[in-house]
Design a protein around this ligand. Structure first.
Ligand SMILES: [Fe+2]
Ligand SMILES: [Fe+2]
Length: 188
């Protein structure tokens, strides 16, 4: 007999499954959403650590938290955005239905990059504010991708979400690429 959790998972999966999407595309969609959730969780934790250190007036902890957050942006967030623009956005951008959406998402990437630069150059309360703003920007951006772009790609008869993410660790995480199923945020 299914546990309540299993039933909830099955219901959620059914609701999130785009009509007409191939199994591989549905798996890729779930892997990307889970990778996004892991990224946002990690970003939230790093931003909170920086804010906490600033509020506590702990200069050493602030320096360390600032360094870790900027490094994570450089090694995880920015590569993810660049990989998306090369593979996910390119296909969607060629369709009349999603062209404007892709233009807006690229503009959001640029806004996120600008906020990273602001964070890099700021200290103290300014850095804490920049970290909070970065988290908010990324949260809104990921929600648009999860709720609009990914279902569109997975359900489009001429586009393959699965082949777009194939081999791209930056997009879906290592475990999906190496056949371990959807990424559970293991990289963060
Ligand atoms: Fe993105
Ligand atoms: Fe993304």
């Amino acid at each position: 007999m299914d546990s309540p959790d299993a039933t909830e998972d099955a219901t959620a999966t059914a609701l999130n499954t785009p009509p007409g999407g191939a199994d591989d595309d549905v798996r890729a969609l779930e892997a990307l959403r889970q990778h996004h959730a892991g990224m946002l969780k990690r970003l939230g934790a790093l931003a909170a650590a920086l804010s906490g250190a600033v509020m506590a007036g702990n200069a050493v902890a602030e320096h360390d938290a600032h360094e870790v957050l900027v490094e994570w942006c450089e090694t995880d967030l920015v590569p993810h955005a660049l990989a998306e623009e090369g593979r996910l956005y390119e296909g969607a951008g060629r369709t009349p239905e999603a062209r404007l959406l892709v233009t807006a998402l690229v503009a959001e990437h640029q806004g996120i990059a600008g906020m990273i630069e602001q964070l890099r150059g700021s200290r103290g309360v300014d850095a804490a504010v920049a970290a909070g703003a970065l988290r908010a920007l990324v949260a809104m951006h990921l929600q648009t991708e999860d709720q609009i772009l990914l279902p569109f790609l997975a359900g489009h008869p001429d586009l393959s979400l699965a082949s777009a993410v194939e081999g791209l660790e930056e997009l879906v995480g290592e475990s999906h690429i190496h056949g371990g199923g959807a990424d559970r945020g293991s990289s963060v």
